[in-house]
Write a protein that binds this ligand. Structure first.
Ligand SMILES: Cc1ncc(COP(=O)(O)O)c(C=O)c1O
Length: 403
């Protein structure tokens, strides 16, 4: 057998890993309710807005099928710069780099900033690539706590205690996946004050869910920083409902000009991977530059589905949740101690017995996510109700089995 690299053989992505047994059940003829994947297109009533699809289609028809400049189409970079500036910081077109989604932006950032022995400080729990990718560069990810009993608020003391001169990147996901917590200006200011004490530390501000804020508290991290360098990350996947287009960006906020070399490294990496999809960039451009009033109806649908889930969970014994301030996830706690360290077992049993697929919390943090499940609350009302009926009977059955 030809050996696989350790890098590849140890990588895990909980959200998609649980799809493997689900697909097997489907191939045996079972219908699965999938509440596992954060893809709004997978759920009814939230299609990519038609004017964006049309712009993509027109791009194809008009022959925009060649490579784009490596940092992105100028019109799109400009529209992104204007959008970021509208969030309260001075973003110029040269600060914007278009990527194949935030996921590629992360790989570029990690490749440009991490070395053997460096660290990434990321929230626990977190979106899995923050744990998986840094290791490829010899770095390690250390988790700082989100407070599970306080709306998953950032534990600033924990950050302070874990900062040191090896920390290159301090990650803020706002709103957070998987917990949905939203950090407001106060918390961001305190976090920046901590980071400021460490001159080699930059902030990664993953704001891909910023347009889905039910708390009204969400702020752009770059808009609050007058000294600490920030990578702002965003894209078309969540708030513009087109994750399959694979378009996102990183925007550099470098108020004290300390990122000249890092920026050069990022540009080199971007040139070496050619560019992001050209017609998909045109679709995103239409989203950013044309009317956005459609978002009101979309957001209100998401809000209603969130409310339904919160109400259902409040009535079911064995599961509880901190109401999420944003995004479209519930990170629910399984209160029966039999699941405290067995959340993956819960997910697999629920899948096989009730044909409902959610993701185990430990996939988002072995330590801080254990005993939880993540539920995507984007399905329609009837599907959500059916899913919760099944979760309820599953919990009842397993509770009584224990007695
Ligand atoms: C916090 C967070 N960042 C980034 C992504 C992926 O973004 P993209 O589709 O732009 O790669 C996700 C997807 O679930 C996410 O939850």
């Amino acid at each position: 057998m030809i050996p696989v690299s350790k890098r590849a053989s140890t990588i895990e992505y909980a959200i998609r890993d649980v799809v493997v047994p689900a697909t097997k059940l489907e191939s045996e003829g079972h219908e699965i309710i999938k509440l596992n994947i954060g893809d709004p297109i997978a759920y009814p009533g939230l299609p990519t807005p038609p004017h964006m699809v049309e712009a993509y289609r027109t791009g194809l028809a008009e022959g925009h099928n060649g490579y784009s400049p490596s940092y992105g189409l100028a019109q799109l970079r400009n529209a992104i710069a204007m959008d970021e500036s509208s969030k309260g910081w001075d973003c110029s077109i040269d600060d914007v780099y278009v990527c194949h989604g935030v996921t590629e932006a992360l790989q570029i950032i990690f490749a440009a900033t991490l070395e053997e022995g460096t660290k990434v400080l990321a929230p626990g729990p977190h979106y899995p690539p923050y744990m998986a990718y840094p290791q490829m560069y010899g770095a390690s990810t250390i988790e700082y706590a989100l407070k599970s009993d306080d709306g998953w608020a950032i534990d600033l003391d924990d950050i302070e205690s874990k900062m040191d001169s090896d920390v290159r990147l301090l990650v803020v996901i706002n709103p957070n996946n998987p917990t949905g917590n939203v950090a407001g200006a106060d918390e961001i200011d305190q976090l920046l004050a901590i980071a400021k004490k460490w001159p080699n530390c930059m902030i990664v501000a993953d704001e891909i869910y910023d347009g889905l804020d039910f708390s009204g508290r969400q702020v752009s991290v770059a808009s609050r920083s007058s000294d600490v360098p920030v990578f702002s990350l965003n894209g078309v996947s969540k708030v513009y409902y087109a994750p399959g287009w694979r378009i996102g960006y990183l925007a550099i906020h470098d108020p004290t000009n300390v990122m000249v070399d890092v920026r050069d490294g990022i540009e080199r990496l971007l040139r070496s991977r050619l560019c992001a999809s050209t017609p998909a960039q045109l679709g995103y451009l239409a989203g950013l530059s044309e009317d956005r009033s459609w978002m009101v109806e979309y957001t209100s649908k998401v809000r209603d589905r969130r409310q339904l889930c919160l109400e259902r969970i409040s009535e079911i014994e064995g599961i509880e949740v901190e109401a999420p301030g944003g995004a479209f996830y519930l990170f629910a706690r399984l209160t029966d101690e039999i699941w405290a360290t067995n959340d993956k077992d819960f997910v697999l049993k629920l899948l096989h017995e009730e044909h409902v697929l959610v993701v185990h919390g430990s996939g988002f943090s072995p330590e801080m996510g254990a005993g939880h499940i993540r539920i995507v609350f984007l399905a329609d009302e009837r599907t959500l109700n059916t899913a919760f009926d099944r979760i309820e009977s599953f919990l009842q059955r397993h509770r009584s089995a224990k007695k």
